[in-house]
Design a protein around this ligand. Structure first.
Ligand SMILES: [Zn+2]
Length: 420
């Protein structure tokens, strides 16, 4: 689809001549027979290309019926593209190296270069880029240059499933040159199919003339037999990552068990929330629940009591939200187990509630802050950093102004030390 250029686009004019003007058939000097006008976006701005087309002046020469385009044209943009190579590379780099989404690329292109492209066009250009990238990745000459300084090769193979239910993608990587050699989707990873990939890797290594020192994998049966058959005598080691993951299994199981225990203990959030909402609905005034002015005691005693109930209720609801987030956190691997983080976060909540209770006692012994049933249940847990910190920080800002900063916020180890 032709690109729709705005009326007032200011194009730079680039005239392109044919450099080698000898007719390829008869050798005569060719003449200009036509012009082709093209407009492309470049990172330097919109450009109008004026391509002077040449042909052989001799009507009897077969070269007469053919036109020759300026050699430089395809170095600026491929036929039918609305963008130059520089823009294509810019888009491809954003997508493949920085993992930007199409819409992000679209807005960046506009913000940085005033280049307007549809999402469809950007998707199409990304596909062009990927095809070229894949071709370059497998180009034997480029590969040979890449491996010039490498004396031996270490290969790894693994299957991964980019999307559930789709075929697994088998990837062969080389670790010395840090390069993905090839990736092949296999619907059924039979021993024969897997061996075909290993044989392909062998052919690559042989074409590079480099010895294979080691294979790494998760030691699936098909890998073990295939590598033994294609690479007799080459060591085949367990991949560290898989090894660690398997070693860590008991840790994760224990962590998961601990999480269940904590979830059992910290419950009844909904009940607390319902009670607070019920009390707030019963309040006659439509005071916003976030209004904390009553706490500072600038109002009449009667009003103050009512708004304190309101404000306290809002704080309780915030605690409930934070605790729910903590209980639902399932992220993290064996080195950062979610159960530990959950315990740490709950401990922070408990400490925070305790400070509120202390403040209540110190500030206004007669005030009717609601007793939070959550305060006692969120107890008996442990401490460290986690991503619920922001929620908790926002709540601590509602704590008594007489309280200084929270202790030990600077480092997780400090906080461990301050455990009650
Ligand atoms: Zn000719």
């Amino acid at each position: 689809m032709p690109y729709a250029w705005p009326q007032d686009t200011d194009f730079a004019l680039w005239e392109l001549d044919v450099l080698d003007r000898a007719c390829v058939v008869c050798g005569r000097a060719m003449h200009i027979c036509d012009h082709r006008y093209r407009r492309v976006h470049t990172l330097e701005g919109p450009v109008q290309l004026v391509c002077k087309l040449n042909h052989c002046p001799d009507p009897n020469c077969p070269g007469h019926a053919k036109t020759k385009s300026p050699e430089l044209e395809i170095t600026i943009a491929l036929p039918k593209w609305a963008i130059g190579w520089d823009v294509l590379c810019w888009i491809g780099q954003r997508r493949c190296a920085r993992h930007r989404s199409v819409s992000q690329i679209q807005s960046d292109l506009w913000d940085d270069y005033r280049i307007e492209l549809s999402a469809d066009s950007i998707t199409r250009y990304i596909r062009h880029y990927q095809v070229m990238l894949a071709a370059r990745q497998q180009d034997p000459e480029a590969l040979r240059q890449h491996y010039q300084g490498v004396d031996e090769i270490i290969l790894s193979i693994d299957g991964l499933q980019p999307e559930k239910g789709h075929e697994a993608l088998y990837v062969v990587r080389e670790l010395k040159g840090k390069r993905v050699w090839f990736a092949v989707p296999l619907i059924s990873a039979t021993a024969a199919e897997v061996r075909r990939l290993i044989a392909q890797a062998k052919a690559w290594a042989e074409s590079l003339g480099k010895p294979v020192a080691l294979w790494l994998s998760d030691r699936q049966d098909a890998f073990v037999t295939g590598i033994a058959a294609e690479f007799p005598g080459v060591p085949h080691r367990y991949c560290d990552n898989h090894f660690l993951r398997d070693v860590a299994k008991p840790v994760l199981e224990a962590d998961s068990h601990a999480k269940v225990q904590m979830r059992k203990k910290v419950r009844g959030l909904r009940k607390i929330e319902q009670a607070v909402l019920k009390r707030q609905n019963a309040q006659p005034s439509g005071r916003p629940v976030d209004d904390l002015s009553g706490v500072t005691g600038t109002e009449t005693p009667k009003d103050s009591t009512a708004s304190q109930v309101d404000a306290a209720g809002a704080v309780v609801l915030d605690y409930c939200t934070a605790v729910r987030g903590i209980l639902n956190d399932d992220q993290g691997g064996p080195l950062n187990p979610p159960g530990l983080r959950m315990a740490d976060a709950l401990d922070e909540v408990r400490a925070s509630i305790q400070r509120n209770l202390d403040a209540k006692r110190g500030d206004s012994p007669s005030s009717n802050w609601p007793d939070s049933p959550g305060a006692s249940t969120a107890a008996e847990t442990r401490c460290a950093p986690n991503r619920h910190r922001s929620a908790i920080t926002s709540m601590t800002s509602r704590e008594s102004p007489r309280r200084p900063n929270r202790e030990g916020r600077s480092a997780p180890t400090d906080r461990r030390g301050s455990r009650r």
